[in-house]
Design a protein around this ligand. Structure first.
Ligand SMILES: O=c1ccn([C@@H]2O[C@H](COP(=O)(O)O)[C@@H](O)[C@H]2O)c(=O)[nH]1
Length: 238
């Protein structure tokens, strides 16, 4: 799967904007050496693949966070379409199962070294024990994350999306090379919003997160470029 850029920025900024010009104004202040960008359902639905191509052309590593969850054939075709866009990372839902994830991985084989990293979402960082129970999952979030991460590893994917609260458990159980991408990152004192299983950037890195997904604490800051620089500095010091 695709190699990381040499300096390997840890922060993936979640671009969740309804206005493309606002997103572009932020991106104009960013350096691809200090962050990567995440495009999710809102911006992809509004602005489509052309927006992703623009970011790739501007030199950014792009995580296309569309969380595919469908029958194996459909998901395989969707991840191949993502590879055609030149993205750095793409994801599926682990709860789609082993056969679906295997089909997704096999669809990327023709891309060789150029293939995006392929990861799977375990349990959304907004979810609590009670909410898992409401959808029929009686395990704790950590138990469910571990079970889905094992399934993801068995399908040969590169890693998972989980909360940083589960990072040390997953690193111990699945090893150093299995990548952990953790949203639900909140610098000390910032608003959790709809997130529930949260950690600070410094705690998350120390717990074993490979990449930190950070949206609103950067994008809604008075000075987003400074907010990014502050977090990068505190991670370097840690
Ligand atoms: O479990 C998950 C999976 C994906 N996300 C996405 O990450 C960002 C987080 O944004 P914040 O503003 O920092 O809360 C957002 O795009 C989610 O769709 C997640 O939060 N949790």
């Amino acid at each position: 799967m695709q190699a990381s850029t040499p300096n390997d920025p840890k922060i993936l900024i979640a671009l969740d904007f309804a206005d493309q010009q606002q997103a572009m104004a932020l991106i104009a202040q960013l350096d691809p050496a200090s962050c990567r960008l995440k495009v999710g359902k809102e911006m992809f639905t509004l602005f489509g693949p052309e927006f992703v191509r623009t970011l790739v052309k501007a030199g950014f590593d792009v995580f296309l966070d569309l969380k595919f969850h469908d029958i194996p054939n459909t998901v395989a075709k969707a991840v191949a379409a993502a590879a055609e866009l030149g993205v750095w990372m793409v994801n599926v839902h682990a709860s789609g199962g082993l056969r679906m994830m295997t089909a997704a991985r096999e669809a990327l084989l023709p891309y060789g070294e150029q293939a995006p990293l392929l990861i799977a979402v375990t349990v959304l960082t907004s979810m609590t024990d009670d909410e898992l129970a409401q959808v029929g999952v009686l395990r704790s979030p950590a138990e469910q994350v571990l079970a889905l991460a094992r399934l993801t590893r068995d399908a040969g994917l590169d890693g998972v999306v989980c909360s940083a609260q589960e990072a040390s458990l997953l690193k111990a159980e699945l090893g150093h090379h299995f990548k952990l991408i953790t949203p639900g990152i909140r610098p000390a004192g910032s608003d959790a919003g709809d997130q529930r299983r949260i950690m600070t950037p410094e705690q998350a890195l120390a717990a074993g997160s490979d990449y930190l997904v950070i949206g609103r604490p950067i994008t809604q800051a008075a000075n987003p470029a400074q907010a990014l620089a502050d977090i990068n500095n505190s991670l370097r010091q840690g």
